[in-house]
Design a protein around this ligand. Structure first.
Ligand code: 2DC
Length: 516
């Protein structure tokens, strides 16, 4: 089904709630973290108009935001705002207004009240593109009943335990091939090691992985020569994220009307993404119609969806395209951060490696059994996402009035949980600057602290694929290589819609059996 263009776009970027200007900061906070709640609990809750926050007019703050070049620094500004205003503040930048929270207890209140149709912030230019090209929304962008029925069908294929078992061999072979590729590069170097910025290799690894799970097909991205179309796809995803940034604050309809470069680049990136995904989908679809299904037991998510025949092909296409695009920069960046942190903490790296060796032996070839035993490895991924989440916030529109930090938050308010800020706040994590995966196994309570994939029925649909993909990657890498990095090079974070390293990360991979 094709949706109508105009009205939908307008509704999505128009402000829903209008707030009166409120007094600014009234309390003092320490430099490191958030201090006690504003008014003692038990007292009558305060109205929204009392919420602290930087007010002025939204357009003026947008202007300052722009001037200060804060575009790529949204995550650090958020930390500063929590320090200035406390655990809850409200903000309005251009058209974009929200209430921001940092406390895990408040996140719990928010998510527990989300109901059956949770709605997150829908990135305006992503809707605008689909309206512009008259393409249907996938599950990422749908809401209400349309979202729920699609999501339930997709959950069975992408999130259920049964299917996870099918993903393991598919993802495992891609990781094994990645190791072979690194071994080749090490041999080529002649020094028993390979030092490089791995990001493009990781993009290819991630795309190869997600495509094997979606289509049951190997693209061959871990070879020296790769199809230029595929590299175009990878570049398009990064450019798509990058050009989304300004359109979080300036309505895409405006940029479209003045034919700005940002809008044109954005449309072009999505065009590349859709046409390439379409080719992949078409290939499988044809095999299907010609009844040339391969004899493998499992042929990937797309084949299952086609076989089920519960979703119209256009809806399948839309959601599969989203999963394909969503699976590239997210896991690759997280893996890059994980290796960076493991390189900086050799002791942790050794512990995780020891766990993997032990689990490998005990499992005797049963991969699922091995993965089950890898508690520290899973904690390593959690810890990586604590310090380096992909998304700076997880957001929901309230569906009913709720009370957060003793303020009434009306229905239909955009509330954002600042998960990047939460992960670095000493109130919620002891010595937050320390990369310490074990904390997840020792903490008294991890209650609403690990929100890297969101929460509840609207959490990341790719979560299980991403987790398995990252676990298997790290298993194979740590079994074969020592990961090292130059000391003293601190890499910061840049907001480019998703959070990414602010400079290239150079890693050295050294064959484990050829230690100096
Ligand atoms: C960006 O203020 C900052 O998983 C905004 O794989 C709030 C916001 C809303 C939705 C978030 C987005 C942020 C970051 C990127 C996310 C997105 C939801 C899904 C998307 C987190 C935090 C992502 C990367 C998907 C992308 C799939 C797409 C390529 C089809």
């Amino acid at each position: 089904m094709f949706a109508q263009a105009g009205p939908r776009l307008q509704a999505s970027v128009r402000c829903k709630v209008l707030w009166a200007v409120a007094p600014g900061c009234r309390r003092a906070y320490t430099a490191t973290g958030v201090v006690c709640p504003p008014s003692p609990r038990g007292k009558a809750a305060l109205p929204l108009s009392e919420l602290p926050g930087d007010w002025r007019t939204s357009w003026l703050s947008l202007y300052h935001f722009w001037q200060e070049g804060s575009f790529h620094n949204v995550h650090n500004l958020m930390i500063q705002k929590f320090q200035k205003f406390g655990p809850i503040y409200r903000e309005k930048l251009g058209l974009y207004e929200s209430v921001n929270i940092i406390n895990p207890e408040d996140a719990a209140t928010l998510f527990k009240s989300e109901g059956n149709y949770p709605k997150r912030f829908t990135v305006p230019p992503w809707l605008a593109y689909r309206d512009f090209r008259n393409k249907p929304y996938g599950v990422l962008l749908k809401n209400g009943e349309a979202w729920r029925s699609d999501r339930l069908i997709l959950n069975k294929e992408a999130m259920s335990l049964q299917m996870i078992k099918c993903f393991v061999p598919l993802l495992n072979e891609v990781s094994e091939d990645f190791v072979k590729r690194v071994q080749l590069q090490i041999e080529k170097s002649g020094h028993g090691k390979w030092t490089t910025d791995l990001i493009n290799e990781l993009f290819r690894f991630a795309l190869e992985s997600v495509c094997n799970v979606l289509y049951g097909v190997r693209l061959g991205l871990l070879q020296d020569f790769i199809d230029p179309e595929t590299q175009k796809f990878i570049n398009a995803v990064t450019l798509m994220f990058h050009t989304t940034l300004p359109m979080l604050y300036i309505p895409p309809s405006l940029l479209c009307r003045i034919n700005s470069k940002t809008w044109r680049d954005h449309v072009q990136s999505w065009d590349v993404i859709f046409s390439h995904a379409d080719k992949c989908i078409q290939n499988i679809y044809q095999e299907f119609q010609l009844d040339q299904k391969s004899t493998k037991e499992y042929n990937g998510i797309l084949a299952c969806l086609l076989l089920q025949n519960k979703l119209p092909i256009e809806d399948i296409k839309a959601s599969v395209t989203e999963m394909m695009a969503g699976g590239v920069d997210t896991t690759s960046t997280t893996l890059q951060w994980a290796m960076y942190e493991l390189a900086r903490s050799p002791v942790v790296q050794e512990q995780v490696r020891a766990e993997i060796f032990a689990a490998r032996q005990a499992a005797q070839g049963d991969l699922l059994k091995m993965l089950k035993a890898l508690r520290l490895l899973k904690a390593t991924i959690k810890e990586t996402l604590r310090l380096h989440p992909v998304a700076v916030t997880v957001q929901r529109y309230t569906t009913q009035e709720i009370i957060l930090q003793n303020y009434f938050i009306p229905a239909n308010t955009l509330v954002q949980v600042g998960i990047h800020a939460m992960g670095r706040d000493p109130n919620f994590f002891n010595k937050p600057e320390l990369f310490d995966p074990e904390r997840w196994l020792k903490m008294d309570s991890t209650y609403f602290r690990g929100l890297g994939f969101g929460f509840g029925p609207r959490q990341c649909l790719g979560r299980r694929i991403a987790e398995l993909e990252m676990q298997l990657f790290l298993v194979h890498m740590l079994e074969n290589f020592k990961i090292e990095t130059k000391r003293g090079v601190d890499v910061g974070t840049k907001f480019d819609l998703i959070l990414i390293p602010d400079k290239p990360i150079h890693l050295t991979l050294r064959a484990l059996d050829a230690q100096p």
